[in-house]
Design a protein around this ligand. Structure first.
Ligand code: FE
Length: 248
């Protein structure tokens, strides 16, 4: 059965990377929670999508230049005043949940990997006893290479539409193989059966991201991808159940 990943805790249902969204996700009958991590200036690891607070909160600044306390004081937009949480907080929310972690390692505001960040994320997850339940994702090959050194947990390459268009499927597959990347994810709007088959024939697992509308969710389910991320986890659960019932 196609796996569902609640993207940033279900952004369109609960706000972007909110405690409420993650808590709701932890109680849902789905498979994974997707979230993004950044380092702070004082050595903490925070769960937040962008490299800065500007777009999604009432504060500004790069997370890597702010302290944990400063980031925690930001109010997330459309989230009833809720504040960003740390990676350890997120682990606590999911410790007793059946939903596994899908941790995206983000680059800094300059688009480059944070120096020495990957091993710290792995160590934190290990300390929280959640590493064994974590898969990693990144748009950056360099970050996936760092992950391979730091952990033997699954790694997923997020292939952007620009990269897929520019390189083409064959070169994307070749690049994934040459870096021993076992799984890729493409934008749901770029996915089709031919691409999925080509990737799978190369021995690489295939998933999609950005399935936020009902049409996109149904597309991912009907293609039968391995996993998809969605900002509407509640809707995705309903659609998956419907598909299973129809097939039965
Ligand atoms: Fe992400």
């Amino acid at each position: 059965m196609t796996r569902i990943a609640s993207h940033r805790g279900g952004t369109l249902e609960f706000g972007d990377s909110t405690p409420r969204g993650f808590a709701a996700t932890a109680a849902m009958p789905l498979d994974e929670v997707e979230f993004d991590v950044h380092p702070t200036a004082d050595g903490a690891i925070m769960v937040h999508h962008d490299a800065t607070l500007d777009r999604t909160t009432d504060r500004t600044g790069a997370l890597a230049a702010l302290t944990e306390a400063e980031i925690r004081s930001a109010a997330i937009d459309y989230a009833a005043g809720e504040h960003p949480i740390s990676l350890s907080d997120l682990c606590a929310i999911f410790r007793n949940s059946s939903v596994d972690l899908r941790c995206e390692i983000k680059p800094g505001a300059d688009g480059l990997p944070y120096a020495g960040f990957v091993p710290r994320v792995v160590e934190t997850l290990e300390r929280e006893d959640m590493l064994r339940r974590t898969g990693f994702s990144s748009f950056l090959i360099a970050t996936l290479d760092e992950l391979a050194v730091a952990s033997d947990r699954p790694r997923l390459w997020l292939v952007s539409p620009a990269v897929l268009r520019q390189l083409g499927p064959a070169a994307v597959i070749e690049l994934a193989r040459s870096h021993a990347i076992p799984e890729i994810g493409v934008d749901v709007d770029m996915a089709d059966a031919a691409l999925m088959e080509m990737v799978q024939r190369a021995g690489i697992d295939f998933g999609v991201w950005g399935a936020h509308s009902m049409i996109q969710i149904d597309k991912a389910l009907h293609l039968g991808v391995k996993v998809f991320t969605t900002d509407r986890p509640s809707l995705a659960i309903v659609r998956r159940r419907l598909l299973v019932e129809t097939a039965a």
